[in-house]
Write a protein of this length. Structure first.
Ligand code: NDP
Length: 329
C-alpha cells in the first residue's frame, strides 16, 4: 500500500448466505488495484436490489464476499497502465468491486466524473440506477413523444429516474406503487398517473383508448409479470428488468402470439455499458441533466455502511423510496 492509504480498513463481509444479519462490518486488508484499475476512498456506496439477491443466495456468489458495485469517492491510487493524474479525482461508478467498504477498486475505464457542484457521497446515488433508467428508455426501447409507458415500483430508485427520463422524452408514464405516499412521489417525478398495482392495467387501457402501452418496464417480476403482459398493445414490448418480488417462472412463448405478437426482453446493465465510451456517454448525460436541474435524484435514506443490514431489511420490506445511500462518517 502507498502512504496515501492504510493497509487495512473496514468492509461489509458476507461469510455465508443469509438474512440481513449476514452483513458483518469486518476489518480486512485494503485491496490493491490491479492493472487497469484504480483504488477509491469511499464517500458512499449505493444500495441496489441485486445485493439482496446475492446476500440471500438467490444469485449464487462465492463466499466470503463483500457486496456492492456502485460507489463514489476520491481516487487514492492507480494500478499498472493507469494514468497517475487520476489520483485526487472525484469519481463515481456502477462497476466497482466490493464497494461496501472504506476503499474499493474499479476499472479506470468505467469511472464517471462527478460534477463540482455535486456532493461526492450523493454522487453514489446516480450511476447504477441512472444508467439503468437511461438504457431502458433509450436503448432497450427508444421511448418517444406521445407513447404510453407503464412501469412497476414507480417510486423506487430506478422507477423515479425512469419516470423522469421517459416523461422528458414526451411519453405518458403510468406507474404502479404500493402506497399513496409513493404514488405522490411518482406523480411529482412526472408520471401522468400513479395507481395501485391492481389498478395499473385499467389505468393504462383507459389512457390509451383500450390499446395498451407501447412498453411496460417491470422490475417487480414474479408478482406482476402476468399482469404486465395484459396491458401491452399489439406488438408492444415487455421489459422484465428485475425480480424484486421473486423470479418469473418458465414461460410459454405462445402467450406472445395470443397477446398480439408481443415482445419480451430481460436486459441487464452490463450489456448496455460494454465499452468505456458507452458508459461515459450515459453517465455524462445523467450528470449533466442533474447539473442543469432537469433530473432530480431522490435520496430516500442515508444509512451508515456499518449498518448495511438495516438498509437491506428496509429495501426488502418495501419501506424505501428513491435511492438508499450507504454512508461513511
Ligand atoms: P427499488 O428502489 O425499486 O426497490 C424495490 C421496489 O420494488 C420496492 O420499493 C417495492 O415498491 C417493489 N416491490 C414489489 N414487490 C416487492 C417485494 N415483494 N419485495 C420487495 N420490493 C417489492 O429497487 P431498485 O430501483 O434498486 O431496483 C428495482 C428493480 O430493478 C429490482 O428488481 C432490481 O433488481 C432491478 N434492476 C435491474 C437492473 C438491470 O440492469 N436489469 C439494474 C438495476 C436494478 P412498491 O412498494 O411500490 O411495490
Amino acid at each position: 500500500a502507498s502512504p496515501a492509504h492504510p493497509s487495512t480498513h473496514h468492509a461489509v463481509v458476507v461469510a455465508s448466505a443469509g438474512g440481513p444479519e449476514a452483513l458483518a462490518w469486518t476489518e480486512v486488508p485494503v485491496p490493491t488495484p490491479a492493472a487497469g484499475q484504480v483504488l477509491v476512498r469511499t464517500a458512499a456506496a449505493g444500495l441496489n436490489f441485486i445485493e439482496t439477491y446475492q446476500r440471500s443466495g438467490v444469485y449464487a456468489v462465492d463466499v466470503p464476499f463483500t457486496p456492492g458495485t456502485e460507489g463514489a469517492g476520491e481516487v487514492v491510487a492507480v494500478g499498472d497502465g493507469v494514468d497517475g493524474s487520476l489520483v485526487g479525482r472525484r469519481v463515481a461508478t456502477a462497476a466497482g468491486h466490493a464497494t461496501y467498504a472504506e476503499h474499493f477498486t474499479a476499472p479506470a475505464d468505467q469511472l464517471l466524473d462527478v460534477p463540482d457542484a455535486m456532493d461526492l457521497a450523493d454522487a453514489a446515488a446516480l450511476p447504477l440506477q441512472g444508467m439503468t433508467a437511461h438504457y431502458l428508455c433509450r436503448s432497450t426501447f427508444e421511448v418517444s413523444e406521445g407513447q404510453t409507458v407503464a412501469l412497476t415500483a414507480g417510486a423506487g430508485g430506478v422507477g423515479l429516474l425512469l419516470t423522469q427520463l421517459a416523461s422528458a422524452r414526451g411519453a405518458r408514464v403510468i406507474a404502479a406503487a404500493s402506497t399513496e405516499e409513493k404514488r405522490e412521489l411518482s406523480r411529482a417525478a412526472g408520471a401522468h398517473a400513479a395507481v395501485g398495482y391492481a389498478e395499473l392495467r385499467d389505468a393504462v387501457l383507459e389512457a390509451t383508448g383500450g390499446e395498451g402501452a407501447h412498453v411496460v418496464y417491470d422490475g417487480v417480476g414474479r408478482d406482476t409479470f402476468e399482469a404486465s403482459l395484459t396491458m401491452l398493445r399489439v406488438r408492444g414490448l415487455l421489459v422484465l428488468f428485475g425480480g424484486a418480488s421473486g423470479q418469473v417462472p418458465p414461460f410459454d412463448l405462445q402467450r406472445l402470439n395470443s397477446g398480439g405478437s408481443l415482445y419480451v426482453t430481460r436486459p441487464s446493465l452490463a450489456a448496455y455499458t460494454r465499452t468505456a465510451e458507452e458508459t461515459r456517454q450515459r453517465g455524462a448525460e445523467l450528470f449533466s441533466a442533474w447539473t442543469q436541474g432537469s433530473l432530480d435524484v431522490r435520496i430516500g435514506a442515508r444509512i451508515p455502511l456499518s449498518d448495511a443490514g438495516r438498509a437491506h431489511q428496509l429495501l426488502e420490506s418495501r419501506a424505501t423510496t428513491g435511492k438508499v445511500l450507504l454512508t461513511l462518517p
